[in-house]
Ligand binder design. Structure first.
Ligand SMILES: Cc1cc2nc3c(=O)[nH]c(=O)nc-3n(C[C@H](O)[C@H](O)[C@H](O)COP(=O)(O)O)c2cc1C
Length: 500
């Protein structure tokens, strides 16, 4: 045999060994799904910073999540060094750039503990629900259904919720076996009523009670709309309605299911409040609503109705228009519903005007899975943040943006067996938990640097943002939040709740 045949044999054998290693290892879904060639992705990631000095984009250009943001999630999730060297490479002169004002006398943490970071408020206290509880974590996993995400991805999130001690929202696809690994659940009821519908597709309290029996469901979230596709229903095509998905959703196998654009059980604010109360009464659990913000009149009316008789939603999840989805028409993702920082004050103001903002729990979502964004949201009145796509990144998502095609290469947002087999839920659960702990840890360190003991106590005037005239202005004027509601009395209440 000539030398080059030997060389080919050696290279062939090495590649075969590498392929064998790739398909059997459990750390990297990309390598399991794409043995050998998958290494290119890691090689490019490694030399990316050097290459980008000469070509293409910088660290903050990509959307929805920049390279820096993704790198921070990946390294936090892997428990690796998430520090950045050489100083900031951000443009600090761009409009909206936030700066937190550190104290000359920061708080010295008693211990470097990121195991818990509870919310100040108790969900369901205002209405006296039997199942009222204080969320143990101010960072929780946002609604993403089994169907939009794969079974192994849901398992990773659920186990991750156990490890991080946070809540896992089921999304609107009902409760599947993948949700039953011990993580505390928020059961979401969307307009398709999956997990709460009878054979004719109508709301059924009996089916709802059956769905949540023997599960760690802590609260129920009625989804009115979602930031990425507000005012729009959905279609689950027949081929996607597998036996497993049909069982979780309570629909027939292999038949197309449509979710309407709104709930059929109520058509005005009093009807919504009555529906919330009926679910709370039957289940004993706190009940909230999730919505994107469009028409402001709805929120004023809802707050008035709730202020009148003390009933109604225990928590309000505000989803920013920049939020994610499995699939939506572009105009809805790009141009319907206010972005989070504009949306949240509309809701908070409506409740504060009627002085019921102290007792209702506000959940925020919409790219809040990063320390500066979460810290600003908390200072604006949010009590708890929900992270969606950032948790997906921790599971291994590479922002391929193929959720709507069924061809997600990392097995996170697909039901294709060939792709989901690469995702090891046990390893990825550790990463989800590690990421959530890191976010809590850094939020706490930031608040200590600012001089307060909890991120919910950061004042708006302790944050400054670059304005269009080039100056740094306090968030009290640079953000649409209304400073009237951020009183010492409000902070004292929160501080007392945290201490108690
Ligand atoms: C793949 C995917 C599926 C989602 N499914 C739901 C859902 O079932 N119900 C819901 O209310 N929101 C759903 N969302 C929206 C998220 O819960 C969240 O509100 C939104 O993405 C904003 O958070 P983020 O920016 O941290 O992702 C989904 C988002 C994604 C990316």
């Amino acid at each position: 045999m000539t030398w080059w045949i030997w060389a080919l044999l050696v290279v062939g054998a090495a590649l075969a060994l590498l392929a064998l290693y790739d398909v059997t290892q459990k750390k990297h879904a990309i390598l399991r799904n794409f043995p050998v060639v998958g290494h290119l992705r890691y090689a490019l990631e490694k030399v990316g910073p050097e290459l980008r000095q000469y070509i293409v984009t910088d660290n903050d250009e990509e959307r929805p999540f920049s390279r820096d943001q993704r790198r921070w999630v990946y390294s936090s999730a892997k428990g690796e060094n998430s520090y950045f060297g050489f100083g900031t490479d951000n443009r600090t002169d761009i409009v909206g750039y936030p700066i937190f004002k550190h104290s000359a006398f920061p708080i010295v943490a008693e211990k470097d503990d990121n195991s818990t970071l509870p919310a100040a408020k108790v969900v369901g206290a205002r209405t006296g629900r039997p199942g009222a509880f204080r969320p143990a974590s101010i960072v929780n996993i946002s609604a993403m259904s089994f169907g939009s995400l794969s079974g192994p991805a849901i398992q990773a999130l659920n186990r991750g919720a156990v490890l991080a001690g946070c809540l896992h929202n089921t999304g609107e696809g009902g409760i599947s076996d993948h949700h039953r690994l011990g993580g505390d659940l928020v059961f979401q009821i969307g307009t398709g009523l999956f997990g709460a519908r009878d054979a004719d597709g109508q709301f059924s309290m009996d089916v709802l009670l059956e769905s949540i029996a023997d599960t760690p469901v802590r609260s129920i979230e009625l989804k009115l709309s979602q930031g990425a596709k507000p005012g729009l229903g959905g279609v689950l095509p027949a081929e996607k309605v597998t036996k497993e998905i049909a069982a979780a959703r309570g629909v027939p196998v292999g038949v197309t299911v449509r979710s309407p654009s709104r709930h059929a059980s109520f058509d005005d604010v009093p009807g919504l409040v009555a529906f919330v109360e009926s679910i709370a009464e039957a289940t004993g659990l706190p009940v909230g609503i999730k919505s994107a913000v469009g028409d402001a009149g709805f929120w004023l009316e809802l707050a008035s109705e709730m202020a009148t008789d003390g009933r109604g939603p225990d928590f309000i999840t505000v989803d920013g228009g920049e939020g994610g989805t499995g699939a939506a028409p572009l105009v809805f993702s790009d141009h319907v519903a206010l972005p989070f920082r504009d949306a949240f004050p509309v809701v908070f103001n409506a409740f504060a005007e009627r002085d019921i903002h102290h007792d209702v729990v506000f959940v925020g979502a919409g790219k809040l899975g990063f320390v500066p964004d979460a810290a600003i949201a908390l200072a604006m009145g949010v009590d708890v943040v929900a992270v969606g796509r950032e948790a997906m990144l921790a599971v291994g998502c590479i922002q391929a943006q193929k959720c709507h095609t069924g061809h997600c290469p990392t097995g996170v947002a697909t039901q294709t067996r060939r792709l989901t087999r690469g995702l090891d839920p046990t390893d990825k659960a550790e990463r989800v938990a590690s990421y959530i702990r890191a976010l809590r840890h850094d939020l706490l360190s930031l608040s200590h640097a600012i001089g307060v003991v909890h991120p919910s106590l950061v004042r708006l005037d302790q944050i400054a943002l670059r304005t269009s005239d080039g100056r740094m202005a306090d968030a009290t004027t640079a953000l649409p939040a209304d400073p009237r509601w951020f009183t010492d009395e409000r902070r004292d209440r929160l501080a007392a709740a945290l201490a108690g």
